[in-house]
Design a protein around this ligand. Structure first.
Ligand code: SIN
Ligand code: FE2
Length: 218
């Protein structure tokens, strides 16, 4: 039995699927059974690869702090956005993708209709009140055939899920601790973002929202 099998019973019932588009949905509470395993793993990752505010190619410091785990990590600096196997802060490889992270990502992808998804990158975003993420497309990955799996933990957020043009009107989707958003296929390149986070306190995570974004980048 592989360690992944240990998480097999943890899938939540599928009736809590909310459709956002043809191939995009919210799996309400899907991550809740995994949280107890995720949080200590998250602590170890953050100890080895601390959260930092990266600079955009335009020269602005991002309001969201980030780190990564997995073979590839998403980075930004004055010369652009890219995936790198080396953490530019520690100059070490990113921490490995924990089994609990992998189990959650593959189970969520399966539940949303994307079988065989094996992520090689997990971007970990930390939002403190006031932090936001402007509308963007995820397009630094090599193969858009794979979906994006986005896990929300901690205080609530309003996720903005737009169209294929920046100016398209975006749906405002409230996201809570344990929710997972999946988008792929024809919806893979939709613009999306996060409205400024409101002051709040989560019983376990305090005044922050943690987002785990799983991708097959390489
Ligand atoms: C992202 O698009 O990288 C993050 C989305 C989120 O925080 O929900
Ligand atoms: Fe994104």
């Amino acid at each position: 039995m592989s360690t992944l099998d240990l998480f097999e019973g943890l899938q939540t019932p599928t009736q809590a699927i909310e459709s956002l588009a043809q191939q995009a949905c919210v799996l309400r509470g899907f991550a809740l059974p995994f949280v107890e395993a995720l949080l200590p793993a998250l602590d170890s990752i953050c100890a080895a690869a601390p959260f930092r505010h990266m600079v955009t190619p335009g020269g602005f410091s991002m309001s969201v702090a980030l780190t990564n785990c997995g073979r590839l990590g998403w980075t930004s600096d004055r010369s652009g956005y890219r995936y790198s196997a080396i953490d530019p802060t520690t100059e070490q490889p990113w921490p490995a993708l924990p089994t609990s992270f992998l189990a959650l990502a593959t189970a969520a992808a399966d539940a949303a209709g994307f079988p065989d998804f094996v992520p090689d990158a997990c971007l970990i975003n930390r939002y403190q009140p006031g932090a936001r993420m402007s509308l963007h497309q995820d397009k630094d990955e090599r193969d858009y055939a794979w979906p994006i799996i986005s896990v929300s933990l901690g205080i609530p957020a309003t996720f903005l899920f737009g169209g294929h043009h920046r100016a398209d009107k975006a749906q405002r989707v409230p996201l809570f601790h344990g929710d997972v958003v999946v988008w792929g296929g024809e919806d893979r390149l939709r613009y999306h973002g996060v409205a400024p986070i409101r002051e709040a306190l989560h019983s376990v995570l305090g005044a922050q929202r943690i987002n785990l974004t799983f991708r097959k980048a390489g």
